[in-house]
Design a protein around this ligand. Structure first.
Ligand SMILES: [Zn+2]
Length: 193
């Protein structure tokens, strides 16, 4: 696990399964188009393909603006829906990967109070956070695996995950998308929360 100090302003509870305002729904992980007329998902688009020497197959080059429905047989305006179960699974996978040090863009923050406990203690803390699996309705109401409480040698600790953009100056537009999200895992004393 990479350890790095981070400003205390991130120690703010954020537990928001709601979708972000500043991103088109079709760009969210888990989005899919549905026909506005018949409600089916057989949406097709005109596109150009090129022959790829690498994969020895036709590969998508350009997708044009219009949408058609294979079921209705004509041009339609799609309605974008989001598969929330798919999103949730992706968020859980990325959050679990972060605790195990396998996430792409991340920072791990150990609060000042916790750092005073020394290296050996911190090593067992990191191990406990990485292996945490006691999720329940009380500590994980949104089932995103973004918060946990542990007790080590009688001291109660919390860990939590926040989601920022890659520039670290705003929240991530889509925490289910690892390419645009910098995750921050904060481990703190319960008394610092
Ligand atoms: Zn249709």
């Amino acid at each position: 696990m990479r350890l790095k100090l981070f400003r205390a302003a991130t120690l703010r509870k954020e537990n928001n399964m709601g979708l972000q305002q500043n991103i088109e729904i079709e760009n969210l992980v888990g989005a899919y188009p549905m026909c506005g007329k018949c409600g089916q998902t057989q949406i097709v688009r005109d596109a150009w393909a090129y022959w790829s020497l690498l994969t020895r197959s036709w590969t998508l080059k350009t997708v044009f603006d219009g949408f058609s429905c294979d079921n209705c047989g004509g041009e339609v305006t799609p309605i974008w829906k989001v598969d929330k179960t798919f999103r949730l699974k992706r968020i859980v996978r990325l959050n679990d990967a972060l605790r195990r040090g396998q996430d792409k863009h991340n920072t791990v923050v150990i609060t000042a109070g916790l750092q005073q406990f020394g290296e050996a203690y911190l090593a067992s803390v990191c191990q406990a956070v990485a292996g945490f699996d006691q999720f329940c309705e009380a500590n994980d109401p949104h089932q995103e695996h973004d918060f946990g409480a542990i007790t080590i040698d009688g001291t109660k600790l919390f860990w939590k995950i926040d989601y920022f953009n890659l520039e670290m100056n705003a929240h991530s537009l889509d925490k289910a998308n690892e390419d645009i999200t910098h995750r921050v895992l904060t481990i703190m004393l319960a008394s610092e929360y």
